[in-house]
Ligand binder design. Sequence first.
Ligand SMILES: Nc1ncnc2c1ncn2[C@@H]1O[C@H](COP(=O)(O)OP(=O)(O)OP(=O)(O)O)[C@@H](O)[C@H]1O
Ligand SMILES: [Mg+2]
Length: 236
Amino acid sequence: MAGRDGAASDFDRLVAFSREQLQAHARERFRDGGGTQPSVTRVVAGEAEAVFKDYADSAWLMRWFAPLFVYREASALERLAGIEGIPRVYRRVDGLGILIEYLPAPKWSRSQPTPAAHDRLEKLLADVHARGVAHGDLRGSGNILLRADGQPCLVDFVARVHRGRPWNRPWNAVFRAFCQADRNALAKLKLRWAPELATAEECRRAEHRGWPARIARAVGVGVRRLVRLLVRQPDR
Ligand SMILES: Nc1ncnc2c1ncn2[C@@H]1O[C@H](COP(=O)(O)OP(=O)(O)OP(=O)(O)O)[C@@H](O)[C@H]1O
Ligand SMILES: [Mg+2]
């Protein structure tokens, strides 16, 4: 009981930390911040841990847009709350950062996914879509993790697209196209990691990039170019 109380108070302490305290408790760096990128860090306080994704070290232009990115990610994770394999949101930090649940799971590309893991990943994606969220950035596979017990996990919902109101048919057509792009990305993943499992339909879908993926890529490249043009040196 004392152990559980200790863990709870560690958690309360961690969630209330300032940016400086979070940085001081950094244990593992998943990615360094700077330019167009946020820093992504595992922070630990006693028995509690979390992931802190923070745009404070990014170029000024990205810091300007950071509240929008943080809002996009947090609102998607809030919609998906309770789904196994999706991190919980603990807190937004000054509009520039977000503190979320740490998922002890290596990247899919560094794991040995079994056929059952592919099925569970498809089920997870279907649950995410059913809640009205298309991920929008699964093509590179870096946002797919796999826990040792075989549970797939999804992170990085900045590029997400939410389903619109029932009357908003044009937007819902966009939403459906992004859901299809997510499924195509999983077909590509299966073809790469378990080609023997892929059906003819999945082989066809794996090749099909679709306009959502092309737009997402063009936006990413455009933003990086713009930031490089306007921000010669990431001002820290
Ligand atoms: N909640 C989490 N639990 C465990 N690891 C995480 C979590 N969130 C992120 N990571 C790790 O940090 C990496 C980068 O996080 P994220 O994808 O959110 O940031 P990013 O800036 O988009 O990075 P990238 O451009 O590499 O996708 C992930 O690929 C994953 O390995
Ligand atoms: Mg990512």
